[in-house]
Ligand binder design. Structure first.
Ligand SMILES: C[S@@+](CC[C@H](N)C(=O)[O-])C[C@H]1O[C@@H](n2cnc3c(N)ncnc32)[C@H](O)[C@@H]1O
Length: 280
C-alpha cells in the first residue's frame, strides 16, 4: 500500500459498507445528533460545531504537543502508552491502526513490533497533528511499514475486517459522536481483533479527586499559557476530561457497539483508564 496523507487509498468507508437499513438508522442517528447540542469542554455547542472547535485546539497546540505532554504528565504518559502496547498483544506481521494518533507515539512502537511484513496506519482528523507526527517518525527512521491517513474516527475509510488491532489514545473524548466511532472501529476490526482505548477517566483513589481538580484547573492552564501561549486549549483539556464518560459508562458503550469481553484497567488511581474489547 502506498504512503498517503489522504483517505483515498482505502475506498471502503462506513457509509459504503452499510446495508440500507443500517444507512437509515445511521441517517436517523446523525439527524438526531445534528439537531442536538453537545459539549465542548463545559460549553454547550451545536453538535456540528464541535469538530471545528476541537480542530482549532489541535492546530494551536500541534507544535508544542509533545513537550507539553511530557511536562503535564511528568513523563508518565510514556508508561501508560507502554502498558497499552503490552496489552495490545500485537505481533510481527499484523496490521494496526492508531486512530487519533497525533504525533505518533504508539504508531512508532507498533512499527517495530509488526516488522517489515506488518503494517501500521497512523490516522488523525487534524492535518497539523498528522504533519508533526509524520515528520517526527520520518526523523526517527520509521518508514517502511507506516501509512499516514487523515480520517475521522466516526467514519473510518477502511474495509471491513481489516485490522488486527486498533488503538485510540487520548482521542475518544474529542470525538463528537463516540457511538459512531466505536461502531466504525468495530467494523474494520478482523474477527479476533481488539480495540484499546487509552483515555482520561475518573479518579477512584480516595482523596485524589480534589488534588487532581486543583492541578487540572489551576496548573494546566497556567502551564499552557506559559509554554504554549494558549491557556484556553489547556482549560478545554481539563473540562473535556470531566465531561468524558467514566470507566463503567465507557465499558457499556463498547458493549453496546457489540464489542465483546470488554474490560478496563485503572492507571494512576483512575486518572487514566485503558479499556479493551474484542470483535469475536
Ligand atoms: C490529545 S491528542 C492524542 C494524540 C496521541 N494519540 C497521543 O496519545 O499522544 C488527540 C488527538 O485526537 C485527534 N482527533 C480529535 N477528534 C478526532 C476525530 N473525530 N477523528 C480522529 N482524530 C481525532 C486530534 O486531532 C488529536 O491529534
Amino acid at each position: 500500500m502506498n504512503s498517503s496523507t489522504d483517505n483515498n487509498t482505502y475506498n471502503n468507508s462506513d457509509n459504503q459498507s452499510e446495508n440500507s437499513s443500517d444507512k437509515h438508522s445511521r441517517a436517523a442517528h446523525e439527524g438526531a445528533v445534528n439537531e442536538s447540542t453537545t459539549h465542548f469542554g463545559y460549553e454547550q455547542v451545536r453538535a456540528e460545531e464541535k469538530a471545528g472547535k476541537v480542530a482549532g485546539v489541535f492546530h494551536s497546540v500541534a507544535g508544542s504537543y509533545d513537550f507539553m505532554n511530557d511536562l503535564m504528565s511528568m513523563g508518565v504518559h510514556r508508561l501508560w502508552k507502554r502498558y497499552t502496547i503490552e496489552m495490545s498483544g500485537v505481533r510481527s506481521g499484523q496490521r494496526v491502526l492508531d486512530i487519533a494518533g497525533g504525533t505518533g507515539d504508539l504508531a512508532a512502537k507498533f512499527s517495530v513490533l509488526v516488522g517489515d511484513c506488518g503494517e501500521v496506519v497512523l490516522a488523525d482528523i487534524n492535518e497539523s497533528m498528522l504533519k508533526v507526527g509524520r515528520e517526527r517518525l520520518i526523523d526517527r527512521g520509521v518508514l517502511s511499514n507506516m501509512e499516514y491517513v487523515q480520517a475521522n474516527a466516526e467514519c473510518l475509510p477502511f474495509p471491513d475486517n481489516y485490522f488486527d488491532c486498533i488503538t485510540i489514545a487520548f482521542g475518544l473524548r474529542n470525538v463528537t459522536d463516540k457511538e459512531a466511532a466505536l461502531r466504525s472501529m468495530r467494523r474494520i476490526l478482523k474477527p479476533g481483533g481488539r480495540l484499546l482505548i487509552l483515555e482520561f477517566s475518573k479518579p477512584v483513589t480516595p482523596g485524589l479527586g480534589p488534588i487532581y481538580d486543583m492541578y487540572s484547573f489551576k496548573l494546566l492552564p497556567l502551564m499552557g499559557k506559559l509554554v504554549a501561549k494558549d491557556d484556553a486549549s489547556y482549560r478545554y483539556l481539563a473540562e473535556s476530561i470531566r465531561m468524558h464518560p467514566g470507566q463503567d459508562e465507557l465499558k457499556t458503550m463498547m458493549e453496546d457497539a457489540e464489542l465483546e469481553r470488554c474490560e478496563y484497567f485503572n492507571l494512576a488511581g483512575g486518572i487514566v483508564a485503558l479499556h479493551r474489547g474484542f470483535k469475536l
